[in-house]
Design a protein. Sequence first.
Length: 392
Amino acid sequence: MQYGVAYRQITHQIIAMVETVLLQNYFIFQHKINQPEQGIAMVSPISGIVAEIFLQNYEDNYIKQFWENENIYYTRYVDDIFIIYDETKTNPQIINTQINKIHNNMEFTPTHEEHNTINYLDLTIRRHHNKLNIDIYRKPTATDTTINFLYKHPIEQKMATFRSYINRIHSLPLNQEDKQKEWKTIQIIAKNNKFPKHMIQKFNWKIQQKATHTQPKDKTRKIWTTFTYHSPKIRKITSLFKNTHIGIAFKATTITQQLRQTTPQNHTPDYEKSGIYKIICNTCHKAYVGQTSCDLKSRFREHTRYIKNNDPRSAYALHILNCRHEYGNIENTMTVLKSINAPNLLLPYEKMYIQKLHSNNELIPEQYPNEPNPMFRLFHVYNIRHNHHDEQ
């Protein structure tokens, strides 16, 4: 019984945290910060998982149950769907209508086969009577560019693309003609990137031998470590780990263009930066929190101009004018809370600091806080604990 209650509490907490994260979906359009009513943020690490959970639930409850009875084959990879149907029982229009009426915000845009052929992912699928033949498909925008053989990179990284290409022709059920055509394409790509012909041929032979002579997998769990690849001499060190349970991964050195770029040191004074700031009232010592994409000195002049012109345009000016309080110069009243250059981060950080100062009773009454955001509170508690740990 206690386990069931604890399990429900944990589930509720996880759902609440996920909902909080998903609500952080701000975006900028035409220099304005917006928040959509539906959808998830494209750059959030959790978005892909949530989208996949939604789609699997969508398929299990609405699509697969219906089409299993109609003898329709359905499969999906991320957002690409492949469907095989019996044209004596249904047609593309019925399938399209059936999918699009399930959810108002999801639209299925089909691509139909032409001349018994359709492209799906990196495959060209041909229908010939009751049999399907496949071939390798490359988009018209595909290029032959890989890591050039003459570049200063580990050979493992240079050969990674060709390992994928060659593994594909030996693992897919291609007919002999298509396999030879793809092998010629691989050799052309290798030649254009300065790879010796004999190296690619030997690499192909090794992969082919490995595919035909399967060996039992080594179940020893490896511990991986990284070495920076400055020159082939590094292998004198990494070879020492050859017969151990330690796996070696190489990290390439920076390219010439990156080496030529000097890292600028930021010596900009605080009041010439953009970001989040607070201004203190000299009488009650309460604070106003604001944001600016220009420098803080310009924003301070705006606030003082509002006060001198008896213009309560900002909450800070309204506070000074209504309460007949005093304000000071920029050095004594204005503090940079966080320097921010990215405009899309201004609003979230401003809300966070407003909530923080309001919870500490440091905010002027004229500035109304937003709805409490548990993510901001969690972030604030983490910073307190982290700083306390550093002090110890």
